[in-house]
Design a binder for this molecule. Sequence first.
Ligand code: HEM
Length: 497
Amino acid sequence: MTARFTTNDFGIPVGSDQHSLTLGPNGPILLQDHYLIEKLAHFDRERVPERVVHAKGGGAFGTFTATEDVSAYTRAALFQPGAQSEVLLRFSTVAGEQGSPDTWRDPRGFAVKFYTTEGNLDIVGNNTPVFFIRDAMQFPDFIHSQKRRSRTGLRDNTMQWDFWTQVPASAHQVTYLMGDRGIPRSWREQNGYGSHTFQWINASGERFWVKYHFLSNQKDDFIARHGHEGFSQAEGDQMAAVDADFHRRDLFEAIEGADFPSWDLKVQIMPYEEAAHYRINPFDVTKVWPHGDFPLVPVGRLELNRNPADFFAEIEQAAFSPANLVPGTGLSPDRMLMGRIFSYPDTHRHRIGPNYAQLPVNRPKAALKRSYSRDGAMSFENYPAEQPEYAPNGFGGPHADPRLTTEENLSGVSGDVLRSVETPRPDDGDFNQAGDLVRTVLDDAARDRLVGNIAGHVMQVTDDSVRSRAFGYWKSVDAELGARVENVVTTALAGRG
Ligand code: HEM
């Protein structure tokens, strides 16, 4: 084997990996040791800011195959029968920092990037079909209540319950969070959901409202072996102490061992006009669409089969954005989704840099980029020599596709400019679907675990009025459940004296 000499970052061989250049064997280091300076200076800059949320995670590459014919609903190339696209899927916790345990109770991020022939489509969802709030204005406040306090640097159950109990829209998602999905056994056994309502547009220009569901093909097997999905609180706590990277390791090892996890993609489809009079606001991300009204329609299969070659380059620098929508897909008037369209590219310019879209993991892989963006910090792509720098131009430069303007149109929207809640519909109550989840989806054992998890969490609230609001919140979800939580907490606190 030929010796491979270390070089500096410019390919120049270096004389030592271990000894700095000094004046005599016992003297000080010299400024002319530019290799030492390069080594330290680059090290000093190794980290980029962690994601402001979803900082801890992991992911892998794979393939999405459209196995069904949904061309009646969307003209998007990736969803045409037989089409295959490379994908990147990143899983994450929400509130914990880089290095925090994978098995803390939290929703899990489920962010998919499809490298399609029409550009990159990102579906940036969670392992639950709903969210805590319904207006982007509340997102920073909600996240602050979940993160660490400014004065103590500690997370604080009192502020979590103070926020949740004052925002009843949170009840549905908090029910999921306190249940078995709050601590998955692995990323492989959990489902993923786009959560928001999106649009599909077919080749004739007809529109539909859709919700994405990625259903894990590993989940049933996990449940058969373990009795139910997810870790119990005790199992999660134990794993947090033993292996903080349990989920990251599990995914990496499964793929290295050629045990490739997969998910079936299904969608719920609502006819465009039905949205105006459906009994639940179909754009409210705190609500699900009952499957009895909108059954799941199969679309395709996503398989993960390749670990990243470099975690930092391909996972840490990956930038997912709900704004990345390809032709044949579109937005809905969901106030959370609107806020997210701004927030993600904005944070990427800050977190990674203004040319983050040029990085191999973020740039289109199956489509050509023909934008007029140029220059900026760390630009390394050459601007095409033959392309004019402006549009419109008379020299054959790219021009926009006017058909897409009609896809961006939203009909039926008008009114005064104001700040208000949306007009309520008959089944829009904040606690309805949370109560249904407790009473009709969970079995007795799952309800028992839910009571235990909620009680354990509320027990750590230090303010009496917040604690009593928490009891009221759960009684609004389900009277019996709330009474059981109150009983467990008050008995335990009385026992403590
Ligand atoms: C990450 C903002 C709601 C799922 C992030 C990041 C920001 C953010 C700033 C960090 C992105 C990065 O550094 O790359 C917001 C805002 C929201 C919102 C402002 C509401 C207005 C949601 C909702 C979901 C969600 C409703 C799920 C349905 C995710 C996921 C990630 C993420 C999965 C991690 C993406 C990755 O793996 O890189 N969010 N978010 N977020 N968010 Fe949100």
